[in-house]
Design a protein around this ligand. Structure first.
Ligand SMILES: Nc1nc2c(c(=O)[nH]1)N[C@H]1C(S)=C(S)[C@@H](COP(=O)(O)O)O[C@H]1N2
Ligand SMILES: [Mo]
Length: 319
């Protein structure tokens, strides 16, 4: 694959560390083909599931030292390739008639009780939603702090009951090329899929977000429900989930399938394991202004909570 160096003027500031430089080079043509100019950006925001609001902060998942990123930055600087490869595209393109309400999720595979459930009903069944403030770290070496609303993933999996031979959890994003221009264009392999080991999925930090800052999650952030695993790189945090499958075999994520050397199955945030094309030792803090860089923390700062999941594993090998 030919990866050319893009010109300054066609790049968002982050592009040196973009998940895929190759895709970025196509971005202008993509926007042009859709008849979209920068002037047209900045649409109204559609929202997903409304059940359970207002939420209460769960103090067990809040570090007062963390300064939440501005709502506007969280909802306008996005990676959601179904709606374009540019950071500013999903806000516009995910709010042009794509319907995220009602929304049904299927849980199947190695479970006692396969289920299909509408998201608002799901929120009732898992006992409602709460707010947690988590660090978020993209593999492209930028970071945010996000107040998510939602519920622990373990509660959702309990509704279906994983069988003894279930060892992994595979997640699928919706597939609807009519609504998603990126899927029409084929800028990735769709549907976007991701996976976790079952014990990772059952960890108390693993979360399903249905909101941000106490409001239903905007479409561009993965309405009406998306995965949040704060100790892993952003691409593991799959958006707009329609299906969850319990499996015996380790699933292969979309990015891993494309470039396994760059995007491993584990994708645990690790400042000592560089991406083949850039260092992971530090990160750009979104909204941090000029010089707003900080050192990247092992497991994105959640090492006390999750290190035991990887005891005895060579993290340079299982990256
Ligand atoms: N379905 C889907 N999920 C996805 C992506 C995507 O392109 N499609 N991008 C991932 C990447 S690379 C990141 S960094 C986060 C970005 O989440 P945010 O836009 O809410 O910050 O979503 C992840 N989940
Ligand atoms: Mo990412």
């Amino acid at each position: 694959m030919h990866i050319r160096t893009p010109k300054d003027w066609e790049l968002p500031e982050s592009a040196v560390t973009s998940e895929s430089l190759y895709h970025l080079s196509k971005r202008r043509d993509f926007l042009k083909a859709l008849g979209i100019t920068a002037v047209a950006l900045g649409a109204r925001q559609a929202m997903g599931a409304t059940a359970g609001f207002p939420t209460k902060l769960n103090p067990a998942f809040h570090d007062a030292a963390l300064k939440p990123t501005a709502y506007d930055a969280i909802t306008s600087y996005n990676n959601f390739y179904e709606f374009g490869t540019g950071k500013d595209e999903p806000r516009e393109l995910a709010n042009r008639g794509w319907k995220t309400d009602p929304w049904t999720v299927e849980i199947s595979g190695l479970v006692d009780t396969p289920i299909k459930i509408e998201v608002n009903d799901m929120i009732g069944k898992v006992g409602g939603i709460e707010q947690r403030v988590y660090r978020f770290r993209c593999v492209e070496a930028w970071s945010m702090v996000i107040p998510w609303d939602g519920f622990q993933l373990s509660k959702l999996l309990a509704l279906a009951g994983p069988k003894a031979d279930a060892k992994f959890v595979k997640f699928y994003t919706f597939n609807d090329p009519k609504s998603a221009p990126g899927q029409r264009e084929g800028n990735l392999e769709y549907p976007y899929v991701e996976g976790l080991r079952l014990d990772e999925a059952m960890h108390e930090l693993s979360f399903i977000a249905t909101g941000i800052y106490g409001k239903p999650i905007p479409n561009q952030n993965g309405a009406p429900l998306r995965l949040v695993v704060p100790w892993k790189y952003g691409f593991k945090n799959i958006k707009s989930i329609v299906k969850i499958e319990l499996t015996a075999k380790q699933p292969r994520g979309t990015w891993e399938a494309m470039q396994a050397r760059e995007y491993g199955f584990y994708a645990n945030v690790n400042p000592t394991v560089d991406h083949p094309r850039w260092s992971q030792a530090s990160e750009r803090v979104i909204g941090g202004g000029l010089g707003g860089r900080q050192r990247t923390l092992m497991f994105n700062g959640y090492d006390k909570q999750v290190a035991s999941l990887y005891a005895g594993m060579d993290l340079k090998k299982f990256y």
